[in-house]
Design a protein around this ligand. Sequence first.
Ligand code: BYC
Length: 328
Amino acid sequence: MYGGGYLPDDQKRHLPIAEDPDKLAAFETRIDRGDKVEPQDWMPTEYRKQLIRMIEQHAHSEIIGALPEGTWITRAPGFKRKMAIMAKVQDEIGHAQLLYAAAETLGKTREAMINDLINGKSKYSNVFNYPAETWSDIAVIGFLIDAAAIVNQTLNAKGSYGPYCRALERICYEEAFHLKQGHDAFVALATGTERSRSELQAALNRWWKPIMHFFGPSDKASVHSEKLMRWKVKMASNDDMRNQFLDMYVPRIWELDLTLPDPELRKDSDTGVWLFGDPDWNEFFEVIKGNGPCNAERLAVRRWAEEKGEWVKRALRPRNEIYVTPLA
Ligand code: BYC
């Protein structure tokens, strides 16, 4: 029988896989009640598939996201900032570990996930396909991309899948420190010299479009939002998350007398909704298809790391044979 037989006709097309309608109804009742779903519980195949896709993309974003920042550890201005960025990079890799572990509870192995990343089959966040040319880029990433991630993750930490929510809670705790260090570096540049301000302004101009893209396409163009929100995997739509971010952070940018490269950006005082010009969705779709400025470089680094680290994995793999000291 077609999954979701009890659903209104316009929703059935979102459930292409045959599911037992009674089990599906019981599952959706639990979701509506706010219960957490745990790995051993029954879940619709599509719920499992969507969670794997989203958690896996998130995990990949953490390890790929560490790459642009990683190249700045040795170049960060001063010992304090070097220590902070080094700790942040280490945290991001830890976040990837937590997320891969959460995705593994759904049945996909870590090896399969890494293979899909390095073969270009899985996506990761658009923002990490742009270069970090100056220290100001790192300040923009640390302040605004971490802020955007916190908006997304604090919402989704209240979602339905237990292992993902618990991983997100811990990640958000650490991201709050990342945001503080990013904001501190950002304010230092904004209130520093004329040169540091203009370098920061240039970085902000470069990053604005990718940051607007970070929350995904507009609600009208989003493919997965409707079912992910119905199943409480996503707790707000892409446009709602983007709006929350603009509401919280545009004033903090403007109060530093910095500008944003969108003349149409303003808050509609009647609706409370932020209005903005077209952030160039063509560029977004090109980047997530693999044609951004750094996609090839990022995947090449990951492939290199996999190849060069293979001996470590081999050495750690449990062996069954009994070790015998070789005869002299
Ligand atoms: N980038 O139907 P839609 C971090 C894809 S790391 C790339 O709206 P959905 C950090 C989407 O996958 C934090 N692709 O999708 C790390 C779909 O394609 P497929 C990263 C994107 O899933 C280190 C298509 O577009 N955060 O902060 O409902 C250092 C249609 O989109 C993007 C997460 O990963 C994108 N931005 O909603 C510093 C959060 N947006 O898969 C910082 C977890 C959309 O059908 N993910 N696409 O081929 C999410 O919350 C959701 O997946 C999204 C998109 C809101 C991003």
